[in-house]
Design a protein around this ligand. Structure first.
Ligand code: LMR
Length: 348
C-alpha cells in the first residue's frame, strides 16, 4: 500500500513537471522575434480617393487592392476606398495627395498631363490597337520611365491601370469626323485631347468627370468621349441618344501615393504593398476588358440609345485627319522619342 502511494505521488509529480515545462511555467520560453508583431499596435491607414463608380475597372481594382493589402499585411494596413469623388474630385485630388490629406489617388494619365506633359503620348489618337499592347507598354520599362517623371511632385507612381478604348456619345449620330464640326465636346484636361477635337472643328470643353452628366443633361455640352464602362456606370446613355464605337484612344490610370507617406512605411510593408499592387494590376487589366465588353452589351440593350460601329474606311479617314495631332504632341513634350519607343512595341 505504501509503495502504491509513493508510486502514484511520483507519477503525479513527474506529470506536473512535464506539464509546467510545456506551458512555460517553470522555464519561461523566449518567443522568436517576429517583426510582424512589433507593429501590431500601430495600424496603418491608407485613404484612397477616386472619382468613378465602384462597378468599373478602376472601382473594382481599388477594392481588390484594399483586400490584397489587408491579406498580405495580416490586417496591419487598412485601405479605405472613397469612390465617386465623395472625398475629392478631378480638380482637387492631386493637391490633396501632395498635401497628405489622402495617401492614394488614381487619376487618369490624361489628367496628369498638366504636371507630366510627356504622358500626352498615351492620349494620341489611334496609337494603340489592342488591350494587350496597352498592357505591354504600361507595365514594362516605358511605364516605369513615365512613372519616374513624378519624382519632382512628392508623389510616387505605383503603377498604371487600364480602363479601355474610348467611344463617342452625342445628341446626334456621328458617322464621319465631319459630324463633329461645331460640337462642344467634353474632354479630360489634356492638350493633346483638346487638339484632337479642335482639329476636326469641334470645341473641346475640359470639365470635371463629376459634372459631365449634368452638363450633358442641360445641353451645356453636346458630346463626350469615354469608355463603355464609364458611359454605362454614370448613365450618360440616359442623357445622350447616340454612341459611335470609334476606339479612337485609350483611357487608363496612374496609381499614385504620397511620397512622404511611402518613405515612412517599414520596408516590409512597402514590399507587401508592391506585391498587392502587382497582383491587382494583372487582375485589373483582364477585368477591365471583361467589364467594358459587358457594359457595351448593356448599352446595346438600352432603348432610345443607338450604337453605330465605325467602318474600317471611316477609321482610315479619321486617322489621316488626326495625323497633325502627332506633330502638335511632338512640340509639346520634353521626350518625344517615347512615341518611337512605343511604336516599336505595337503593331503598325
Ligand atoms: C473621365 O474624366 O472621363 C475619366 O477620367 C473618369 C475616370 O476616372 O475613369
Amino acid at each position: 500500500m505504501k509503495k502504491f502511494i509513493i508510486g502514484t505521488a511520483a507519477t503525479v509529480l513527474i506529470l506536473t513537471i512535464i506539464f509546467s515545462i510545456q506551458q512555460g511555467i517553470l522555464f519561461s520560453k523566449t518567443l522568436p522575434y517576429d517583426d510582424e508583431q512589433s507593429g501590431l499596435d500601430t495600424q496603418i491607414t491608407i485613404h484612397l480617393s477616386h472619382v468613378v463608380a465602384e462597378n468599373t475597372p478602376k472601382g473594382q481594382a481599388a477594392i481588390k487592392f484594399a483586400e490584397l493589402v489587408e491579406e498580405k499585411t495580416k490586417g496591419k494596413v487598412k485601405v479605405h476606398v472613397y469612390p465617386n469623388a465623395s472625398l475629392y474630385n478631378d480638380e482637387n485630388e492631386f493637391k490633396a495627395l501632395q498635401d497628405g490629406k489622402v495617401e492614394m489617388i488614381i487619376p487618369t494619365f490624361s489628367k496628369m498631363t498638366a504636371y507630366v506633359p510627356d504622358w500626352q503620348v498615351l492620349d494620341l489618337p489611334y496609337l494603340f490597337h489592342t488591350d494587350d499592347e496597352v498592357h505591354e507598354v504600361l507595365t514594362g520599362p516605358i511605364g516605369e520611365q513615365l512613372l519616374d517623371e513624378l519624382k519632382p511632385f512628392n508623389v510616387r507612381g505605383l503603377g498604371f491601370w487600364h480602363n479601355g478604348f474610348k467611344q463617342l456619345t452625342a445628341e446626334h449620330p456621328i458617322y464621319t469626323f465631319e459630324d463633329l464640326q461645331g460640337l462642344r465636346i467634353r474632354t479630360m484636361p489634356s492638350k493633346t485631347l483638346e487638339r484632337q477635337f479642335s482639329i476636326v472643328g469641334a470645341t473641346p470643353v475640359p470639365i470635371s468627370f463629376s459634372e459631365v452628366f449634368t452638363d450633358l443633361e442641360s445641353h451645356a455640352i453636346d458630346a463626350q468621349e469615354n469608355t463603355a464602362s464609364n458611359i454605362y456606370s454614370k448613365g450618360f446613355y440616359k442623357v445622350q441618344k447616340n454612341m459611335t464605337v470609334t476606339n479612337h484612344g485609350i483611357l487608363g490610370y496612374s496609381v499614385l501615393m504620397n511620397e512622404k507617406f511611402w518613405q515612412q512605411l517599414p520596408p516590409k510593408v512597402q514590399q507587401q504593398l508592391m506585391e498587392a499592387m502587382q497582383e491587382t494590376t494583372e487582375w485589373q487589366f483582364k477585368q477591365a476588358v471583361l467589364i467594358n465588353a459587358e457594359d457595351l452589351r448593356k448599352l446595346q440593350q438600352q432603348s432610345d440609345f443607338d450604337i453605330y460601329t465605325m467602318t474600317d474606311n471611316e477609321r482610315q479617314r479619321w486617322q489621316e485627319q488626326f495625323a497633325p495631332v502627332y506633330d502638335y504632341y511632338r512640340t509639346n513634350v520634353k521626350q518625344p522619342h517615347i512615341l518611337a519607343e512605343i511604336q516599336k512595341i505595337i503593331s503598325p
